[in-house]
Structures are given as structure tokens and as C-alpha cells.
Design a protein around this ligand. Structure first.
Ligand code: UDP
Length: 367
């Protein structure tokens, strides 16, 4: 079979790798000048700089963990971001350290009873939105200081207008444990993410074409390939025939500073709504401070509204958008040549392991 994969991110590259292994011919095109989509990293001053925001690999799926390690080794980085609210530092995710910093509580019982008091009005109710879900999980104080401002900035909407599942991505723990993820396996690839994609695409059966826009030549691609795996925006593919899906964008501002250590941690979130960025990442701390001792690279992350001139980073999975996506999905099922995949093609807030898993599921179905 002759496959065309549109987009060389994780979903597209896993599919291309598996298809090529099974003796199919795959052309991978990407409109950017590099492979890897948003997991793309680039070496600067002896460290890997995450060009499109922090990517920390984590999964509970042993098969996926083994699968990704075929392409590189991982370090044992554990994500433990901090929150800066009005000049004070709090541990994340919400755990016994955070509760102690806020209330001076020492035991899990004390902390749980504080939270219970602060969320009584919602006790036993099914949360209708992110605000209700957050207050139910951690109470008013944490909601006001560590969630409300950050969430409003991140999504450009009030937490009352957002779906509850977004905040459920974060663990709440009654132990003194600052690991941001509950997953069993976690780390950062030694040597960066780009080399993983390079290895996936390194096959005599794969042809990679960068700076290549699918939509500019859609009809000829449709004619020339047996099947197309499209990992761009599904609504754009169909020329927005049912209406436009909403996305959230980001802007990154990266600086090199003449010092070894700027903030003492890889990720610090700024949870006050008055500060325009949501987080600062200091790349060398993903690799335990390796690299040039006289320099460090930091990136400010600013959430941004989305329009077609900007990069779509997050799908906005509320009811309206999910219903609209379902229309596209049903319509897409009737097209026999095209399969949609990845965060944009499936309009899902995928983590990296989920993107791989979805691609492998498609591989099983196809072959
Ligand atoms: N969140 C928050 N405060 C924080 C970090 C996260 O309120 O300090 C909320 C916010 O609504 C965010 C969601 O939790 O959108 C999910 O956060 P996560 O870190 O998973 O977001 P990602 O890294 O995917 O941008």
C-alpha cells in the first residue's frame, strides 16, 4: 500500500514506522521545517530545549513504556512543578506539602477536614464544571490561589464554563509526595525527543518531505495515495463544513541568561491572574542541571487565543465542541481513504503515551 502521513508528530511517526516495517511505502509530509510536531527538541548549550513547551513522558502502560525505549534511553526525571502565587511558593500537585504551606496542617486527617469544610456545599453532588470539580476536590483556598487564575489564563474562559475533566488530570494526595503524575513510568529521553522521531522515520520505505502543505494540493494527494493518515485539524480538512472547532494557542518566549541556575526547578507555574504567563520552564533541570555552567535557557509560556494564523495546541473539549467534533467524526467515517489521528485529528487532549497508544491501535486495525 502507498500511504501518505500528514504531520510528523508522534501519532503520524509511530504509524509511519509500523507501516514501513510491514513493507508499505509511506510518504510523510509536514508543513513545518522540522519533524516531530510539538515534541520537537533542539540542542543548545549542551541541553535539549523543548521548542513547543515542556514534554515529560509518563505512562502506566508497560507496553508503551517498553515501546518508546526501543528508540532511546530515558533519564529518571520526576516532574515536581512548583506554583508561585503572589511571591510565595507552593508544592504541586495538591498534596500534604501544599496543605501544610497553606494551612499549617500536619496530618492527613487535619487536611481532609479543612477541605471538607471548604467544599461542604458541593458534597456528594456531580460537579457541573471545572470550578465545582476543583472546590469539591481541594476546597476554596486552593481553588482561589492555585487554580482559578491559572485556569482562566490557560483557557481564556471562566472555570465555570470549562469541563470538570481538565482539573482531574492533576492528582490530589494525602501524602507528602510532589510527583505531578500518578503513572508508574516517567522520564525525559536522554538526547531529546527529535532523535526518537528521526529513528522512527529512518527507513528505506519512508520518504519525508518538510515545508510541504497538504491542503494546497489536497486533490492530487487524494488521487495519488491509497490511504491518508491526517493528523491536522479535522474541521479544516473538511473546509469547516459543519462550523469551526475551538482551540487554544500558546506563545513561547525563550531567553538565554548568563547564569547557571535561574529558578532552581524545571517548571514553575504562576497562578495569579495578574501575571500574563502561566509558567516558566528552565530546560537544563529536565536533565539534572547538565550543560554549560555559565548559561541557562528559560521559556515563558503565554496562553493565547486561537485563530487560523496561530498554532492550535489544545482542543477545547466542552460540550459544544465535542458535539461538533462528533459530526466531523461521523462524516469522516464515510470517507474510505482518510483516517484522522492525533490531538488535532481526533480533537482529544492526548498525552504522549495516549498518542502512541492510539497510533498502535490504528496499526492493529489496518494490518
Ligand atoms: N492547573 C491549575 N493550576 C496549576 C496547574 C494546573 O489550575 O498550577 C489546572 C488548569 O486548569 C490546567 C489543568 O489543571 O489547565 C491541567 O493541567 P496540566 O498541567 O495537566 O496541563 P498541561 O501541562 O497539559 O498544559
Amino acid at each position: 500500500m502507498k500511504y501518505l502521513v500528514v504531520g510528523s508528530g508522534l501519532f503520524g511517526s509511530v504509524f509511519a514506522y509500523e507501516a514501513a516495517k510491514r513493507n508499505n511505502f509511506v510518504t510523510v509530509i509536514d508543513r513545518r521545517s522540522h519533524i516531530g510536531g510539538n515534541i520537537y527538541t533542539k540542542e543548545e548549550n549542551g541541553i535539549q530545549v523543548h521548542q513547543y513547551g515542556a514534554h515529560i513522558f509518563h505512562t502506566s502502560d508497560k507496553y508503551i513504556w517498553k515501546y518508546i525505549q526501543k528508540f532511546t534511553k530515558f533519564n529518571n526525571y520526576i516532574n515536581s512543578p512548583l506554583a508561585n502565587f503572589q511571591g510565595r511558593i507552593y508544592n504541586l500537585p495538591f498534596n500534604m506539602n501544599t496543605f501544610n504551606q497553606l494551612w499549617g496542617t500536619i496530618t492527613p486527617q487535619e487536611a481532609a477536614s479543612r477541605i471538607k469544610k471548604q467544599s461542604q456545599e458541593l458534597f456528594g453532588k456531580k460537579p457541573k464544571n471545572l470550578e465545582e470539580q476543583a472546590i469539591q476536590l481541594v476546597g476554596h483556598d486552593i481553588y482561589e490561589k492555585l487554580i482559578k487564575g491559572y485556569t482562566e489564563k490557560q483557557w481564556g474562559k471562566k472555570p465555570t464554563e470549562l469541563p470538570p475533566f481538565i482539573i482531574k488530570r492533576l492528582p490530589v494526595r494525602f501524602v507528602y509526595d510532589n510527583n505531578y503524575f500518578n503513572d508508574e513510568y516517567q522520564g525525559i529521553p536522554i538526547g531529546g525527543y527529535t532523535q526518537i522521531i528521526e529513528k522512527m522515520l529512518d527507513s528505506p520505505n519512508i520518504l519525508v518531505r518538510l515545508n510541504t502543505n497538504f491542503l494546497a494540493n489536497k486533490n492530487s494527494y487524494l488521487e495519488n495515495y491509497d490511504k491518508i493518515i491526517f493528523t491536522g485539524m479535522i474541521d479544516q480538512f473538511f473546509n469547516y463544513k459543519f462550523g469551526k472547532l475551538e482551540y487554544r494557542s500558546l506563545k513561547f518566549e525563550t531567553r538565554e541568561l548568563p547564569m547557571d541556575n535561574f529558578q532552581g526547578n524545571a517548571v514553575i507555574n504562576y497562578t495569579d491572574v495578574a501575571i500574563p504567563y502561566t509558567r516558566i520552564i528552565e530546560h537544563k533541570h529536565f536533565e539534572f542541571g547538565q550543560g554549560n555552567k555559565n548559561k541557562t535557557i528559560i521559556t515563558y509560556e503565554y496562553p493565547d487565543s486561537w485563530d487560523s494564523s496561530k498554532e492550535p495546541y489544545y482542543p477545547l473539549n466542552d460540550k459544544r465542541n465535542n458535539n461538533l467534533y462528533n459530526k466531523y467524526h461521523d462524516y469522516a467515517k464515510k470517507q474510505n481513504k482518510i483516517i484522522f489521528g492525533g490531538r488535532l485529528g481526533q480533537y482529544r487532549y492526548y498525552n504522549m503515551d495516549q498518542a502512541i497508544s492510539a497510533a498502535l491501535k490504528l496499526v492493529n486495525k489496518e494490518f
